[in-house]
Write a protein that binds this ligand. Structure first.
Ligand SMILES: [Zn+2]
Ligand SMILES: [Zn+2]
Length: 94
């Protein structure tokens, strides 16, 4: 499958809710993202930011922070496991 954000082919797919479920997007549009892009999005942005500011693939692609990441990830082979900062994940664990 092809990641809707970085466009790499042959990556495994995860479903991202463009408006996070936590913000009421359970039945809203989703995007198929590779695990690296998906993790990066949630490491960079809070659910509120995603819901308000970055609720389409187009808006995500236009954001400076993710653009810098995309530039780099596009050069990585789809088979490579990419390390992503998990700071955000840690914070969310209760
Ligand atoms: Zn991707
Ligand atoms: Zn997500």
């Amino acid at each position: 499958m092809e990641c809707e954000l970085c466009g790499r082919k042959g990556v495994s797919s995860t479903v991202h809710h463009l408006t996070p479920k936590e913000e009421g997007g359970t039945f809203g549009p989703t995007a198929n993202l590779c695990p690296a892009c998906h993790k990066q999005i949630h490491a960079l942005y809070t659910n509120q930011e995603l819901a308000i500011r970055l609720n389409t693939i187009k808006k995500l692609k236009e954001d400076d922070q993710i653009r810098r990441f995309l530039k780099w990830i596009k050069k990585q082979p789809s088979t490579k496991r990419v390390k992503v900062s998990k700071s955000n994940e840690k914070n969310r664990k209760k």
